[in-house]
Write a protein of this length. Structure first.
Length: 261
C-alpha cells in the first residue's frame, strides 16, 4: 500500500496535549500540517487516597483491566507506589494503545487484548471472559465512562469494582485560535479520538463555529463516535480508522485525500 499523501492538508489534532505528538509527527511526515487544538485535559483523580487504597488490595483480584493508555499510566503510578503487581494477576486492556503503554512501562504484553475490535465489545467477546463466576475484577478508568464492561462481567458472575485513577476535563484553551484557523481556511480535516472529545470540541468552538466544523471531513477511531457525529449534525465524510490508532487515522485520511484529489 502506498504511503499516505497528506500534502496541502491542514489536520486539526484534538488529542490531549501530552498525547498529540505521535499523530502530529505522522501528519507532518505525510506532508500535511498538524494543527494542535486539545479538547481534553487529563489530570489526577479527585480522591487519590481512595484510589491508592483500592490498588493496595490488588491481591484480592483475579483480573485487572486498563480501559485506556491513561489508565495504564496513572494506574501503574499508583500501583508501583504501593507493593506493585501481585504474581498471577491477569492483565487486560481494551485497545492497542493501552497494550503499547503497558509494554513500554512493564516490558510485557497484556494477558488479554481484543485481536481486532479495539473497544469494550471486543474485550467482552473474548472466550476467556465468557464464564466469570467467582472471579473478582478491578477496572481502572477515568471519571465517568461507559458502564457496559462492568455490567456485562457482573451478569456473567463476576464481582466488579471500579477505580478512578485519572480525570478527563475540558481544557482551558483560547477558542479564538480555532476561530482564526477556520476563518483562514487552514483546517481541511478534523480528528477526534473519543465521543467526549467531540462534545468538547463543539463546546469550545461555540455556536459561531459549529456549523463550519460540521461541514468538514472528520476522522474518528470508533463507530460509536462516528454515529454520534452524525447525530450532532456532521454532514461531510466521516472516516473511521482501522485499526483504531494514530497510524489508522493517517491511513484513513490518506485514502480520503487520494479520492478527493
Amino acid at each position: 500500500m502506498p504511503a499516505p499523501d497528506l500534502r496541502g492538508l491542514g489536520v486539526l489534532v484534538t488529542r490531549p496535549a501530552h498525547q498529540a505528538e505521535g499523530l502530529c509527527n505522522l501528519i507532518v511526515e505525510a506532508g500535511g500540517r498538524a494543527i494542535r487544538f486539545p479538547v481534553l485535559a487529563i489530570t489526577p483523580p479527585n480522591d487519590e487516597a481512595a484510589a491508592r487504597a483500592s490498588v493496595a488490595r490488588l491481591a484480592d483480584y483475579d483480573l485487572l483491566v486498563f480501559v485506556s493508555p491513561n489508565a495504564v499510566q496513572y494506574g501503574l503510578d499508583l500501583i508501583e507506589a504501593q507493593s506493585g503487581l501481585p504474581a498471577g494477576l491477569t492483565l487486560a486492556v481494551v485497545g492497542a494503545g493501552s497494550a503499547r503503554a503497558l509494554y513500554a512501562r512493564l516490558g510485557r504484553e497484556p494477558d488479554l487484548q481484543p485481536p481486532d475490535r479495539y473497544e469494550t465489545e471486543g474485550l467482552l467477546a473474548m472466550p476467556e471472559l465468557q464464564t466469570m463466576a467467582g472471579k473478582r475484577v478491578l477496572i481502572l478508568r477515568g471519571n465517568g465512562g461507559r458502564a457496559l464492561l462492568g455490567q456485562s462481567l457482573r451478569e456473567r458472575g463476576a464481582t466488579v469494582d471500579y477505580v478512578e485513577v485519572y480525570r478527563r476535563e475540558c481544557p482551558r484553551v483560547d477558542a479564538d485560535l480555532l476561530s482564526g484557523y477556520l476563518q483562514a481556511d487552514e483546517v481541511d480535516m478534523l480528528t477526534v479520538t473519543s465521543s467526549e472529545g467531540l462534545h468538547n470540541l463543539l463546546t469550545l468552538a461555540g455556536a459561531e463555529n459549529t456549523a463550519r466544523l460540521q461541514q468538514l471531513p472528520l476522522a474518528v477511531v470508533s463507530e460509536r463516535t462516528a454515529a454520534l457525529a452524525r447525530e450532532l449534525g456532521f454532514t461531510a465524510p466521516i472516516l473511521t480508522a482501522a485499526p483504531a490508532s494514530d497510524a489508522g487515522l493517517i491511513e484513513a485520511i490518506g485514502c480520503w485525500a487520494g479520492e478527493y484529489r
